[in-house]
Design a protein around this ligand. Structure first.
Ligand code: XBP
Ligand code: MG
Length: 265
């Protein structure tokens, strides 16, 4: 087996590019429920539990099956959920347009560095495609959508994370082997998906995911870091790796090389 050079970064969206869940998705779900005359209210703690299931439509169904079993569901439950979810997406994209959610520290820096270094970029997320477009549009600007050669999102694969399918789909579109790529994730479901797609993965945790199991991650940090605002390493080895307290292309390249050497050995 020969070592493969690093060619691309694949990014999760929610929790990784931006902290979208608590003040974005959760709020949008609640607005959609209110609008539909439902008295459902997803507080922060309940929402943390509901995040066990990826995908908004799947999350609503999970809520009904496990947290609101008394609700008498309409005959066409699929259509009912789809309607609620459509309204939720409209609220969510409006919140993003209002500038409610910034990118996480270090995200724009790393994306720009990766582009300068000639790395290819992609997105692999379970969220709805319109949400990805809105996030990029209202943070990096519309042209930045072209930075990503593949945006793999939503229902493009039926099995959402923790299934590896969204990553496998993106890799096939890019015509790249997993060994040439590095994934960025924030959650247990995300790392399982990336691991089962054979991807080396870096994790940035957030308040909802801090206690998740990240055994499969090459490195777990609290954030990507910025000059003068370094990351804290939560798990993983940086021994023998030169770094400046930030996840930058050089740090990721060294981790990738280390991983390649272990694989080839
Ligand atoms: C996170 C998700 C998404 C969002 C909601 O995805 O599970 O379902 O919470 O978005 P990731 P939708 O971290 O993979 O980006 O309502 O559009 O599904
Ligand atoms: Mg995520």
């Amino acid at each position: 087996m020969t070592a493969v050079p690093m060619k691309a970064f694949l990014f999760d969206v929610d929790g990784t590019l931006a902290d979208t869940e608590r003040d974005g998705h959760r709020v949008a779900f609640n607005l959609a429920f209110q609008e539909a005359g439902l008295d459902w209210d997803w507080g922060v703690e309940l929402y943390g539990q509901l995040l066990a299931v990826t995908g908004g439509k799947e999350r609503i169904r999970y809520y009904l099956e496990h947290f609101n079993t008394a609700f008498s569901a309409p005959a066409d439950l699929d259509a009912f959920i789809a309607g609620l979810h459509q309204a939720k997406t409209a609220h969510y994209t409006r919140l993003l347009a209002e500038g409610a959610i910034p990118l996480r520290p270090g995200v724009e820096r790393l994306l720009r560095e990766a582009r300068e270094a000639g790395l290819r970029l992609a997105i692999a997320t379970t969220t709805t495609p319109a949400n990805v477009t809105a996030l990029i549009d209202h943070t990096l600007g519309h042209e930045a959508l072209d930075w990503f050669e593949v945006i793999a999102a939503g229902d493009v694969v039926p099995a959402k994370k923790p299934a590896p399918d969204i990553y496998t789909w993106a890799l096939a579109k890019m015509d790249l082997p997993p060994a040439a790529c590095v994934a960025f994730e924030d959650s247990a479901n995300g790392i399982l998906a990336a691991r089962d797609a054979d991807l080396l993965t870096l994790v940035t945790v957030n308040d909802f995911t801090r206690d998740h199991d990240f055994d499969a991650a090459a490195l777990v940090v609290d954030q990507l870091g910025e000059p003068g605002a370094p990351f804290t390493v939560l798990a993983g080895e940086l021994e023998g790796i030169r770094h400046q307290g930030m996840v930058d292309v050089e740090l990721v390249r060294q981790l990738h090389q280390q991983h390649q050497r272990q694989r080839v050995a």
